[in-house]
Design a protein around this ligand. Structure first.
Ligand SMILES: [Cu+2]
Length: 154
């Protein structure tokens, strides 16, 4: 198994599966292993950076809100904020960007995020590598309570 390569699967480079390998028994077992292996190769690049899922949070205009406003995710998960509304929005948990410090929070040691102004159609992603409670605002709509919260568990 350890010396198995994809070349064993392909018949002389013609792209057909080797008849020897698809015979019942060991052949099918080997094919199954090969498919699992190929899947792992595809997933490899993603696993190198983050093993988590990507969750989408949409931005809405009337009233200005994050949808959903509250989320529970796991360490390694990514949130992708999507401005599919008609005006500019943003996301940041940096107190330097917030009007009220209490509107944002992040666990100690977490890298703060700030999308900057996101025009309609823009997307912004952040991968949460520190567990804890996060609160973030949309800078143009903080006064309208466009505030989101994320609980990140291990
Ligand atoms: Cu907004």
């Amino acid at each position: 198994m350890s010396c198995f390569t994809l070349e064993h699967l392909v018949d002389g480079g013609r792209g057909r599966l080797s008849r020897r390998l698809v015979t019942p028994g060991l052949g099918l077992w080997t094919l199954g292993l090969a498919l699992v292996g190929a899947g792992m190769l595809v997933a490899g690049a993603r696993m190198a950076s983050a093993a988590g899922q990507t969750v989408t949070v949409k931005m809405q205009d009337t009233p200005p809100r994050f949808l959903p406003e509250k989320l529970r995710i796991k360490v390694g998960d990514t949130i992708e904020w999507v401005n599919d509304a008609g005006t500019i929005h943003s996301v940041t948990d940096d107190p330097q960007n917030a009007q009220r410090a209490a509107d944002v929070s992040a666990p100690a040691g977490a890298a703060l995020f700030n999308s900057g102004f996101m025009p309609p159609g823009a997307k912004f992603s952040y991968t949460f590598t520190m567990p804890g409670h996060y609160k973030y605002v949309c800078v143009p709509h903080e006064q309208d309570d466009m505030i989101g919260e994320v609980d990140v568990t291990k």
